[in-house]
Design a protein around this ligand. Structure first.
Ligand SMILES: Nc1ncnc2c1ncn2[C@@H]1O[C@H](COP(=O)(O)OP(=O)(O)OP(=O)(O)O)[C@@H](O)[C@H]1O
Ligand SMILES: [Mg+2]
Length: 344
C-alpha cells in the first residue's frame, strides 16, 4: 500500500503528574503511523495506555515528550483556529455513547452542527441523512433511553459523522454491547470506512474486535508499543509476549500440554495457515496424498476479515523419512511450519 499518513507519532511520551504520589508514566516512546482509509486497532490490557494514546490524537491530552502530527502538522504547534479545524475532522465515539437523554435522537445528531453554526434547516437535513446512513431514520423522534445499546451507539455514530470527519476514533465503542450488537456496530463501522473513505481508529481490549475488522494493529503493553503490524501477520506470527498472550490467551503451554510428549523423541511442529495461501482441509489431503498421518495436539482457528487463519500443533510420525514426507507436503501447500521447542 502506498498510503497517506494521517497520524504520525514520534517518540510520544505521557507522564501524568501527581501532587502527592509519584508521577505516572502512561506512555513511553511511542512511534507509529496511521494511514488514510485504514481501520487501525489499538489493543492492550486495562491500564496499558490506550485511552491516553487515543486522546493525544485530537489533543484532548497533551503529550509530555515527542510529538503527534496530523497530516504532517504538529498538533502541539497549532494555534486555536488550526486546532479547531483539525478537531472538526476528527470525531470520537465512546463506550457509554454520551447522548443527551432529554433530547430526541434527531436533536442529539444535530448538536455538533448547531455548535458549528450551521443553520437550522440544513442541520436537520444533514442529521436525517446521517440517521439514514446508520439505519435509524425511523427513530428520529425517539429519546435515547427508548433505544437499545446498539441503537444508541448508532446514534452516536450518526452524530460523529455530521461534520464529515476524516477520522473516527472509537474508544471501546462496543465494550458495553452484547456480541450480536457488537457485530452490528463493527459491520457498520466497516461499511462507513469503505463508503466514506473514513479512517477508523479502534481502541479495544478484545482480540475478536481486531480480528474482525482491523487492517493493522498496535499492541500496547504497560505504556510501551509492544508490536505493530498487519493483523494477519500478528495473528499468524506474534513475536512479543503481549501479542502472544492476546493471540493465545491460554498460553502456548495450553496448546501443547494436554498431551504428554512421551520420551522426548517426538517431534512437534506448529503450522500456521492462512486462508489466502491454503484453504483446503490439508490434514485430510495429507492422508489422502501421502498416506502419512500426524497427531493433532491442538488447533486454534479464526476468521480474520472473512479469511480463515489458524495455528495447529501436530506431532510428526516417528520415522524420519515419514517426517520429511510430511514436512515437504506442508511446505508445498504454502504453510508456515515451525518446530516447537521443549521450552516454547
Ligand atoms: N488523568 C490521569 N491522571 C493520572 N493518571 C492517569 C490519568 N488518566 C489515566 N491515568 C493512568 O494512566 C494509565 C493508563 O490509562 P488509560 O486510561 O490510558 O488506560 P487504558 O489502556 O485505556 O485502560 P482501560 O482498558 O481500562 O480503559 C492507567 O494506569 C491510569 O491509571
Ligand atoms: Mg481506556
Amino acid at each position: 500500500m502506498a498510503e497517506n499518513t494521517v497520524f504520525r507519532l514520534e517518540n510520544v511520551g505521557k507522564v501524568y503528574k501527581a501532587d502527592k504520589e509519584a508521577d505516572f508514566e502512561a506512555l513511553r516512546d511511542i512511534n507509529l503511523e496511521i494511514y488514510e482509509g485504514e481501520i487501525f486497532g489499538i489493543i492492550g490490557m486495562s491500564g496499558a495506555g490506550k485511552s491516553t494514546l487515543v486522546r493525544t490524537l485530537n489533543r484532548l491530552e497533551d503529550v509530555t515528550s515527542g510529538q503527534v502530527n496530523f497530516y504532517g502538522e504538529n498538533l502541539a504547534e497549532m494555534n486555536g483556529a488550526q486546532l479547531r479545524q483539525a478537531r472538526q475532522s476528527i470525531s470520537m465515539i465512546f463506550q457509554n455513547f454520551n447522548l443527551l437523554t432529554q433530547k430526541t435522537v434527531l436533536e442529539n445528531v444535530m448538536l455538533p452542527l448547531k455548535i458549528a453554526g450551521v443553520k437550522k434547516s440544513k442541520r436537520k437535513e444533514i442529521a436525517l441523512e446521517m440517521l439514514q446512513v446508520v439505519g435509524l431514520a425511523d427513530k428520529a423522534k425517539a429519546y435515547p433511553l427508548q433505544l437499545s445499546g446498539g441503537q444508541r451507539q448508532r446514534v452516536a455514530i450518526a452524530r460523529a459523522l455530521t461534520n464529515n470527519p476524516k477520522v473516527l476514533l472509537c474508544d471501546e465503542a462496543t465494550s458495553a454491547l452484547d456480541p450480536k450488537m457488537t457485530e452490528e456496530i463493527l459491520n457498520l463501522l466497516q461499511e462507513i470506512n469503505r463508503t466514506r473513505k473514513l479512517t477508523v481508529v479502534i481502541i479495544t481490549h478484545e482480540m475478536s474486535v481486531v480480528e474482525k475488522i482491523c487492517d493493522r494493529v498496535a499492541i500496547l503493553d504497560d505504556g510501551n508499543l509492544a508490536e505493530i503490524g498487519k493483523v494477519t501477520d500478528i495473528f499468524t506470527k506474534p513475536t512479543s509476549k503481549a501479542a502472544k498472550t492476546l493471540v493465545f490467551p491460554n498460553g502456548l503451554d495450553d496448546m501443547i500440554n494436554p498431551f504428554d510428549r512421551g520420551h522426548g523423541l517426538k517431534r512437534l511442529v506448529r503450522i500456521a495457515f492462512d486462508g489466502t495461501s491454503c484453504n483446503e482441509p490439508f490434514i485430510a489431503s495429507l492422508v489422502e496424498e501421502t498416506g502419512k498421518k500426524v497427531n493433532i495436539l491442538s488447533a486454534n482457528t479464526k476468521s480474520v476479515n472473512g479469511i480463515g487463519y489458524g495455528q495447529m500443533v501436530v506431532e510428526l510420525p516417528e520415522d524420519e523419512t515419514d517426517q520429511q514426507i510430511v514436512l515437504s507436503f506442508f511446505a508445498g501447500k504454502g504453510l508456515s511450519v515451525v518446530e516447537v521447542e521443549e521450552d516454547d
